[in-house]
Design a protein around this ligand. Sequence first.
Ligand code: AR6
Length: 191
Amino acid sequence: MQGNLPTRAIMNGQVALELIEGDITVQATDAIVNAANSSLLGGGGVDGAIHRAAGPDLLRETRQLGGCQTGDAKMTRGYKLPARYVIHAVGPIYQYADPGVATLLASAYRRSLELATEQQLNSIAFPSISTGAYGYPLAEAASVALRTVIEYGREHARPALIRFVLFNQSILQEYQQVLLGFLQKNWVDPA
Ligand code: AR6
């Protein structure tokens, strides 16, 4: 706990959800998720940081993938990263009053988790997809992100650790507020 705000929860008695402040490129989870664009050829923000830290072999591999639809995800190796794999997820560009954006954002998280389950990974780290260059309002995005991973974690034993790595204190606090609300509704259990 940080103040009165939670940093952890448990789903289904076995899957841990963690919220931390930090840089996703240094995470030693089995996979880290990249907030990519549909070209999968790199960019700014967390995408640029992941490509820089992984080295040029990552771009060589993503060039072979033929891009990725919004709401979908594709997996590569992690190269120089501590994480063995990178899951490149493409979130939506936010458009006010378009209900489709929430579905696409949820899908980007769910597809990433499905790839992790298929590869039998134990741990995965997510950034706050779509909330930088793609302009998704943070509180709404945090609600979609946490609801989606909680629903998934209740039904799947793996990955057993789902970590959100939030880039600064105010992003972390926004996610913590949403998690507090879900704990109060008993959608997840305290840890
Ligand atoms: N670790 C964790 N989070 C980070 C890091 C990091 N090293 N760096 C930035 N963030 P963004 P998007 C946070 O813009 O909105 C790229 O150009 C950042 O503070 O990276 O999905 C892609 O190529 C924010 O909270 O991703 C696409 O074209 C969050 O990561 C486009 O941007 C997401 O911000 C994708 O936009």
